[in-house]
Design a protein around this ligand. Sequence first.
Ligand code: BYC
Length: 477
Amino acid sequence: MAGADYLERIPNNVNLRDDRRLLRALEEWQPRFLDWWKEMGPDGFQATEVYLRTAISVDRDGWAQFGYVKMPDYRWGIFLAEPEPDRRIAFGDHLGKSAWPEVPGEYRGVLRRLIVTQGDTEPASVEQQRHLGRTCPSIYDLRNLFQVNVEEGRHLWAMVYLLHAYFGRDGREEAEALLQRRSGDRDKPRILGAFNEQTPDWLSFFMFCFFTDRDGKYQLASLQESGFDPLSRTCRFMLTEEAHHMFVGEVGVARIVQKSCELMRDHRTDDDVRRHGGIDLPTLQRYINFHYSVSLDLFGSEVSTNAANAFTMGLKGRFEETKKDDDHRLADSTYPVTTLEADRVVSRDLPALTALNERLRDDYIADCQRGVDRWNRIIDEHGIDLELRLPHRGFHRAIGSFGEAKISPDGRVITQAEWDARRDEWLPTPEDAQFVATLMRPVVEPGRFAGWIAPPPRGINGLSLDHEYVRLTRKEG
Ligand code: BYC
């Protein structure tokens, strides 16, 4: 990799050693990050050796190195994808001009807000997941949880680097504030709704990785199109890590579905999976309904001038902007938006610029559906007549035009009374949470898996399933 300083205190490929001021600022932030990690990162396990993948290069073939690491010693680094020579802005008012190596002064505030919002989600997710280690279904899963956690920590570093390097004093203050807010805190919550919800059990964790990390994929892919080149390059590299998180979610839920189907087949029971220690498919459906709907909110309102401005300014593009065959300015085009009008769900052709959040949400929905289809194939292979479904996009929404209404999973506008009567059919109930909690007993013997989840198809990095991915027996004094 060009110019990689892996052995520095802060591994990086941005020539930190040549910028003493920036280096000093980041070296001052580093111990505060570590304090935050120790306070809000994985509860326990800080002295435990974990088989982790560390980013050491941004080359396509060799960016990852696997080995045992104690999490506080993880080499959180700053890695930007290689610059594209003569990169041009691909959309908006500045279409065709050279990408910006520095922050364009007039867009500073908007850009900072996007970076802070993105950055805020990273530590938030670590906070949400901090108690899960104690109830892992296997040490294979425990290792995956910690891998996700350290990489979210690295994503925080990525955004903090941009704030420190390009936003002066305001950037440094924002970087501090990223360590001050806390997921779910009444006085200083994280910025976006889904990142203040709880992730109390592993079912929620896998759902979160599937649905909420996938929002990360689409937001990062849009920011990767940014005319501000350092943001684009940062996001390009982050996306390679994000893929693993979604894999953990998709395969995690698939393994739960698999196990539930096996229990149904072995015990010839449709509705008593719980008695046999599995998670029944209707419960899975309610968790899908919850995690999908809170993740849909993360795309913002259907009609958004913020989104239009970010696009026109050249700061945030569309998913796969450069592959789209249109004028990339969108001043005269429209886009079909599903919205609520006087108690009816309707589709309206609205100005494409203000509909950009909805368009990204559509890309996301199609991607979620592909994953749900794969889960349904498992159910089908077991000869079970049930289909998991994504609820209607208006169901259980807090943001946008559906936020004020009550919409059933099949997309009907319903009364508050019907909502109250049927809510427990559609969303996880306290009893569901209690039941799932009873299954959360740690299984830590290498190669063993909890009874509610099937083993994965293969181990990590070519290793066997019974590999000791986390060395629980060799804790440091
Ligand atoms: N909760 O015009 P609007 C990830 C606010 S996940 C609370 O509708 P806009 C990850 C909004 O901030 C990806 N507030 O929306 C995943 C605005 O407030 P102000 C994270 C919300 O601005 C798993 C107001 O409502 N990255 O990486 O077009 C693990 C009106 O906003 C919410 C990004 O989000 C909400 N759900 O779009 C770890 C990318 N939604 O400014 C990591 C950067 C909206 O009026 N962020 N609001 O006070 C953005 O691009 C935009 O900020 C949003 C919102 C897409 C989030």
